[in-house]
Write a protein that binds this ligand. Structure first.
Ligand code: NI
Length: 138
């Protein structure tokens, strides 16, 4: 029987959504206030879900302490209070949209969780705007 275990986390980060080759006007038309040249912040809410069989000995799908640690060390410590465009190499080439940040986080965590377990990452940029990525969308 497979069960999904969830862990919530949180970080604050600044970003600017823009396409380098476009004028400020065109960027504003596409990205609105998120294209403002001087950046702006969001309070990101992260929900990480790990699905797998329950270990009959421990009763766990994944060690929650380990999950908490990798989210803290590999995601929060990397992204919290950062300017995503300037501080994170990946987002020097890729627009730091909530979609792309969600996939970035999924890729980091995927490499730290056993292959037989499924991973889903949900990222809220605002209370109403969020993305979910499970890695199997082609
Ligand atoms: Ni924004």
């Amino acid at each position: 029987m497979k069960v999904t275990l969830y862990r919530k986390a949180h970080f604050n980060a600044a970003h600017r959504l823009f396409v380098k080759g476009w004028s400020d006007k065109k960027n504003f038309e596409k990205f609105g206030k998120c294209s403002s040249a001087n950046f702006h912040g969001h309070n990101y809410e992260l929900i990480v879900g790990v699905t797998g069989e329950i270990n009959p000995l421990t009763g766990m799908v994944i060690d929650l302490k380990y999950l908490k640690e990798i989210i803290k060390n590999e995601v929060e410590d990397i992204l919290d209070h950062k300017n995503l465009n300037l501080d994170i190499d990946h987002f020097k080439k890729v627009v730091p949209s909530v979609e792309n940040i969600c996939i970035f986080i999924w890729n980091i965590l995927r490499s730290k969780i056993e292959n037989e377990k499924s991973l889903e990452v949900t990222l809220y940029e605002t209370p109403r705007n969020f993305v979910k990525y499970t890695g199997d969308l082609k």
